[in-house]
Design a protein around this ligand. Structure first.
Ligand code: CDM
Ligand code: ATP
Length: 310
């Protein structure tokens, strides 16, 4: 592919249908066995080439723009800088993130912006990197970033960066209760260690019934197979989230669970109509900042066709 002057990449939020966490490794990370699913809640990252200098700038617009850092700590900036350093890129880039995924919400918002930026700058700068090369760079940026590149439904191992696609039939209907404020991922892992220091912690494993439920495409089977080892830790730090989970169940959700490290609560609905009803009830409950619905699975980071890229 030849270079372009402007590229827009759409990249999804993720949820963990199962998240099993082992004891901390010497490097401080926890081994995980997870099943990721990409949901139809997206950030769009637009990259415009700067040929005057090698600067990387970022601005955010949209629902959660005010919560996004615009300095060198932004994961999208870090992704662009990594490509520049690895491939001696002399051009710069102006990045604009249209932010629809909650910040520090346990849905990999920053990670998906990093994945989108890798794909956008690969095209913008004509680097012609393969999917495997992009996956390796993604793993350097964060545990969730490689999954955001591939999307759909996938197993995650190691610290979450080793992903392999999993068969999943049909479409699932999710509702998200987005909480006020965020939760720090390291703080939630730390709380998990604090809560279970004396127990013998097993090696992480994916539940076989989860994979069977995904193959069946049945929401009722998936509902009883969901799990998240970080849920108790997130609830310990934010006990009020328990009320949100219970409210959703009382309103007919097939299942309720904390998304990743939280504080977003996710609900599985039987069909799209039930999802709308549940979303309305949650929005009127006053228990959360915002409610969103999304279908899943969806693909990972992908370049939007023209005219977005003209
Ligand atoms: C909670 C999840 O979103 C579930 O998919 C991920 O495990 C977190 O992935 P992430 O946000 O990409 O996390 P990273 O940026 O790689 O790591 C941030 C911090 O989270 C903790 N961390 C993360 C992943 C992991 N497997 N074990 C950890 O203990 C570590 O303290 C690490 O320093
Ligand atoms: N592009 C970005 N978008 C949002 N937050 C970012 C971004 N880059 C860096 N950050 C920082 O990263 C922190 C975590 O944000 P993020 O939205 O990625 O959390 P998360 O969804 O809980 O992550 P995960 O689910 O991968 O653990 C934020 O508090 C913010 O300061």
């Amino acid at each position: 592919m030849s270079p372009s002057a402007e590229v827009t990449v759409r990249s999804p939020a993720k949820i963990n249908l199962g998240l099993s966490v082992g004891p901390p490794r010497p490097d401080g990370y926890h081994p995980v066995a997870t099943v990721y699913q990409a949901v139809a809640l997206y950030d769009d990252v637009t990259a415009v080439v700067r040929d005057d200098d090698a600067a990387v700038s970022v601005e955010a617009v949209g629902d959660f723009a005010a919560d996004v850092p615009t300095d060198e700590t932004n994961l999208a900036v870090r992704a662009a800088r990594l490509l520049q350093a690895e491939y001696d890129v002399e051009e710069g880039v102006a990045l604009t993130i249209r932010k629809t995924i909650p910040v520090a919400g346990g849905m990999a918002g920053g990670s998906t912006d990093a994945a989108a930026t890798l794909v956008a700058c690969n095209r913008l700068w004509g680097l012609q990197l393969s999917q495997t090369e992009l996956q390796n760079l993604a793993a350097e940026l964060g545990s969730d970033v490689p999954f955001c590149l591939v999307g759909h439904t996938a197993l995650g191992h190691g610290r979450g960066e080793q992903v392999t696609e999993v068969m999943s039939r049909g479409t699932f209907h999710w509702v998200f209760a987005i909480a006020e404020g965020g939760l720090s991922t390291p703080a939630v892992y730390g709380e998990l260690d604090r809560l279970r220091p004396l127990r013998r912690v097993e090696s992480p494993e994916v539940r076989p019934e989860l994979l069977t439920a995904l193959l069946s495409g049945r929401a009722d089977a998936l509902a009883v197979a969901l799990s998240n080892d970080l849920q108790a830790a997130a609830l310990s730090l934010r006990p009020e989230l328990g009320d949100t989970l219970q409210f959703g169940l009382d309103q007919g959700a097939l299942a309720a669970q904390i998304s990743g490290s939280g504080p977003t609560c996710l609900f599985l609905a039987a069909d799209s109509r039930s999802a709308v009803d549940l979303a309305v009830e949650l929005a009127e409950s006053g228990l959360c900042r915002m409610v969103r619905q999304a279908e899943a699975p969806v693909p990972g980071a992908r370049i939007l066709p023209a005219p977005a890229n003209r």
